[in-house]
Design a protein around this ligand. Structure first.
Ligand code: AMP
Length: 218
């Protein structure tokens, strides 16, 4: 009978690693996305520092991601009472998905739909087919809950850092220079390797884990 109470909390991107809400934060509405976590090695952290300082020299101030991941869904809004059936549906859909490895090495600039955040990402070069299979399974759950499915032409990537606004053009001006830092890395071109052993679903402040099946269990 009464409208849902709206949280007075304003948008604070620092609270969610630069991901942007395109909806008001309302109590009972949970920002939700499905992803593969990336646990970076020391070499990656060093390279990221180099990339950020090179971008800074071009006047682009980037904030590193707090956690690194590869998204296989859009960020959608889930009502609290949907969380349980939603995660159950995801688990059922992912049951026979197998583990795999994917890698990324090419820098690319991404912007969110609202053009309020720009991201420096590393695009996937191997593992595309397996990622598409995961998206298909996740999309089935999204459709079941009438939520947005993933990009029709996805560019799978791990975002490294972000900044406020649409600075695509400035970033494109220095991307070649940044790419050469990746390519001329200490012992040959740096290749980000992602062991895809589990999928995760973050909803509000909760994280659900969905282990992928080891290859030999067929
Ligand atoms: P993420 O690191 O997964 O949060 O992605 C960063 C941003 O890239 C998100 O705001 C996405 O909307 C955006 N993006 C833009 N184009 C694409 C695309 N083709 N595939 C995947 N993400 C994209």
């Amino acid at each position: 009978m009464f409208p849902e109470e709206v949280d007075s909390q304003t948008e604070d991107s620092a609270l969610h690693g630069g991901r942007v809400r395109s909806f008001k934060h309302e109590r009972g509405n949970w920002a939700t996305y499905v992803y593969l976590p990336y646990h970076p090695e020391e070499e990656f952290r060093e390279l990221l520092e180099e990339l950020l300082s090179a971008a800074r020299a071009h006047g682009v101030l980037l904030t590193p991601q707090e956690e690194f991941h590869l998204s296989v869904s859009q960020t959608v809004v889930l009502r609290h009472h949907w969380i349980q059936p939603f995660t159950q549906s995801l688990r059922a859909g992912l049951l026979h998905c197998k583990r795999f490895v994917c890698s990324a090495g090419r820098l690319r600039v991404y912007c969110n739909a609202e053009r309020t955040r720009t991201f420096l990402g590393m695009e996937v070069c191997t593992g595309h087919a397996q990622l598409l299979e995961l998206v298909q399974a996740v999309d089935r759950t999204m459709t079941e809950f009438r939520l947005d499915t993933f990009y029709k032409d996805p560019s799978f990537h791990v975002s490294l850092a972000w900044c406020v606004g649409d600075v695509t053009e400035q970033m494109k001006e220095c991307i070649q220079e940044l790419q050469s830092l990746v390519d001329d890395h200490e012992e040959g071109p740096f290749l980000l390797r992602l062991d895809c052993t589990e999928l995760r679903c973050r909803t509000g402040n909760k994280t659900f884990r969905f282990p992928l099946e080891p290859e030999h269990l067929t």
